[in-house]
Design a protein around this ligand. Structure first.
Ligand SMILES: NC(=O)c1ccc[n+]([C@@H]2O[C@H](COP(=O)([O-])OP(=O)(O)OC[C@H]3O[C@@H](n4cnc5c(N)ncnc54)[C@H](OP(=O)(O)O)[C@@H]3O)[C@@H](O)[C@H]2O)c1
Length: 330
């Protein structure tokens, strides 16, 4: 057994950013189906906040972080798609990427193309694979074609700016919402066809105006509590509410009868249902790598924090003070 240790950001109780502490943990050799990776950069995601607060409860102590990029140091039995020395990046369970080096399941770890740097790799996997499945796999029953309108909340965030660009590449008219005029401008710069400041404007009324009263085929809603109900009013008949997050708090229980206003569909999506096999993960990652390598989707990293400044990173994300992606540097 190797005698390695690593710094690992963990929580010992659910709570605020002050619960995030840097512990020293031992790191062994990878077992069957596992690998050991040394991180060069780590992605920050809103799910890390839910896990920290206990909205998504876990057993303690909990090592946080679900996204990272670095160099593979060793692989366990049965791992054939990567070898020691390979550059790699991932979005994966279990959490634990806020560290220097870790042993983890290899299934969701992908070889990083040479032209993609580690920071970009760490920033893009969880958010980019999410944009991929939202736009390409979570489809409304009537399909999604070039020219169609979709509504995307929090469009200037990490997932949001990737979705704006990818939607444009697909020919979709993405109406983005964001919490300030500056963020709206950023969404427009990244390909949104329209942007709505949902702190100052009635977004449902604006969506009706923009779509000539028709509504959109899909709403992608990661804001949750504050936007869910009104988002249903933005949908055209048979439209799809794709709920995929709770940045403002969880969606309140509702009666199915509210969907009768347009024979609407609701789904609650999570990336982790989409990446349950190595083949599916790689296919989705290849799709993401292709749009990034082609320059159709630029991964914008607007915040960088040292791993040891993780409390400040969480505070910024929760305070809606970030745009685009945020990385932690070990
Ligand atoms: N289900 C999945 O598969 C999946 C995967 C990845 C991400 N997600 C979800 O997608 C969302 C985006 O993730 P991300 O990591 O890229 O984060 P992010 O979008 O960079 O940050 C979250 C954004 O949500 C908006 N927001 C609205 N109300 C808020 C509130 N009360 N508190 C905090 N933020 C609020 C803010 O933008 P404005 O100021 O513009 O409102 C904030 O910047 C998150 O909700 C996340 O949980 C889900």
């Amino acid at each position: 057994m190797s005698e390695q240790t690593s710094r690992a950001v963990r929580i010992h109780a659910h709570g605020g950013p002050e619960q995030l502490v840097v512990d020293t943990v031992s790191v062994g050799e990878p077992g069957p189906g596992q690998l050991r990776i040394r991180h060069h950069a780590i992605g920050l995601n809103f799910i890390d906040v839910y896990q920290r607060t206990g909205l998504y409860p876990n057993t303690m102590p909990l090592a946080l972080g679900m996204e990272g990029a670095g160099v593979v140091e060793a692989v366990g039995e049965g791992v054939t798609h990567l070898k020691a020395g390979d550059r790699a990046a991932y979005a994966a369970n279990p959490p634990g990427s806020y560290c220097d080096v870790r042993v983890m399941p290899a299934m969701n770890v992908c070889k990083l193309p040479d032209v993609i740097d580690f920071e970009t790799g760490a920033a893009m996997m969880l958010k980019g694979l999410t944009a991929q499945y939202l736009l390409k796999r979570a489809r409304p029953v009537e399909g999604l074609e070039a020219g169609d309108f979709v509504l995307f909340h929090a469009a200037a965030g990490g997932v949001g700016l990737i979705a704006c660009q990818w939607a444009k590449a697909l020919g979709l008219q993405l109406i983005g919402t964001a919490g300030s005029d500056e963020k709206c401008a950023l969404a427009l710069e990244h390909g949104a066809s329209h942007a709505i400041n949902y702190r100052t404007e009635d977004f449902a009324a604006r969506v009706k105006d923009i779509t000539n009263g028709q509504g959109v085929k899909v709403v992608y809603d990661s804001v949750g509590k504050d936007t869910f109900e009104k988002s249903l009013d933005c949908l055209r008949p048979f439209g799809l509410m794709a709920s995929f997050g709770n940045a403002s708090g969880p969606v309140a229980p509702f009666a199915p009868a509210v969907l009768a206003k347009g024979s609407l569909y609701v789904t609650r999506q999570t990336l982790f249902t989409h990446i349950t096999s190595r083949e599916r993960t790689q296919a989705m990652a290849d799709d993401l790598f292709a749009v990034v390598e082609a320059g159709q989707v630029k991964i914008r990293i607007d915040q960088r924090f040292a791993l040891t400044d993780v409390q400040a990173a969480h505070k910024s994300l929760e305070a809606r003070a970030t745009t685009g992606c945020t990385v932690l540097l070990p």
